[in-house]
Design a protein around this ligand. Sequence first.
Ligand SMILES: [Zn+2]
Length: 110
Amino acid sequence: MQILFVPDPRLSYQGLARDNVRLPLRDDQVIRHFIRVSELIVQVMNRGERISQYGHVSVPAHEIVPLQEACAFLGTSLVSGLRDHDLCLCESGNKYKRCHGRGWSSVLGA
Ligand SMILES: [Zn+2]
C-alpha cells in the first residue's frame, strides 16, 4: 500500500477541518472500500458541532466503532497485498468481493 500526500496550494485554512481528497491508483474494491470508510470516519468526526472541536472529540461508539473496525480490516488487507479477487483476510475461503466485500454495505452505505 502506498499513500502519497500532495498539498493543494489553491486551498487555504479557513478554521475548519477539511477532508483529504483520496484517489485510487487502480480500480479495486478493497481500495475503494478503504477510501470510502476513511471518508466516512472524517464525516463522523466532523458531524454537527464536532466540526469546530479540536483535540479530544467525543463521538458515540455506535457511530465510530463499526467504521474503525472496517478501516482496520481493510487497512490490514491492503498491507497484506489483498485485492478484491483474492481470498478474504477473514479466512472464510471466499474471495474478498464475495465475502467482506459484500458485508460492508451496512457500514459503508453502499
Ligand atoms: Zn471475509
